[in-house]
Design a protein around this ligand. Sequence first.
Ligand code: TXA
Ligand code: MG
Length: 308
Amino acid sequence: MKVVTAGGLDFACEILRNGGLLAFPTETVYGLGGNAYSDETVAKIFQYKSRPSFNPVSVCYSSFCQASRDVEINLKARLLAEQFLPGALTIVLKRKIDSKISWICSAGEDTIGIRVPNNSTALNLLRKLDFPLAAPSANISSELSTTTAQSVCESLKNCEDLVVLDGGRCNLGIESTIIDLSVESQPKILRRGAISKEEIESKCGFTLIETEHSKSGHHKPKKPILINVRKIEKEDALLAFGNPIPGAKYCLNLSYSANLTEAAKNLFFMLRKLDSTDAKRICVMPIPNTDIGQAINDRLEKAAQNDN
Ligand code: TXA
Ligand code: MG
């Protein structure tokens, strides 16, 4: 494992040109990137993450225009792009017949999830390359996403030849919102994320169909996690929101001022920190279910399901 900073951008590009993998920052969470044209490289991404092969990975581009080489753009997609890109959206569209994107990315579907990250390090990297990057979140499958270079190293510690491009802490801290426009008459929201459904609907003037949440599985800490907690025990770690409940063994606060944007930014970072303590459980105070709070609660509910 090697960590380089923004000064090491050329080195990072060389790794990617040689078919290697690079973890890099985006405004949402860190991505695990590799040449999206190469079957061999994309297969390696799945292997490094222990990701099931039926779960497609999205592809990062330096601009919406670049992405239009690989997917069929429709009017609604154009609207979304004008309003939000670069930004925390993944748009699923029909693949063009002559697209060179590895079929392993799309897990056998004839669609591709495109993403243009709003992060200068990521954009500088993508502009230097003459191929787009297949890039799922940089974490072992079913674990929490990562928002710092250090947590990437912890999560992917078994990937010895991995290079991590350190761009500091991710600005938003929660994954992108996924919109499926592969059938334009049925725009769907596949995953709630950093941009709220309501904001998309009001800015773009169409209604999004709610779907059963994406099949990406449950991302969870190792410790049991309890949500909407109002009472705690002294062996507990508390993830507070607003005025903290007193008496926890460890306490981190998503946002003292009860600000949802700040809470989203802190969510995975603090969950990972509390997960590494010797507390028995992680107790999370109630988070209002409005705006980005819906994406936060979605992640917390999945993390709290005790199905293993
Ligand atoms: O914010 C993000 O989206 C981050 C950063 C790194 O870009 N990436 C991310 O990737 O969260 P990942 O692979 O952990 O989650 C992307 C989700 C997957 O659950 C996958 O099911 C869905 O996007 N997805 C990707 N391509 C798709 C496609 N063609 N059709 C349907 N869903 C797709
Ligand atoms: Mg993920």
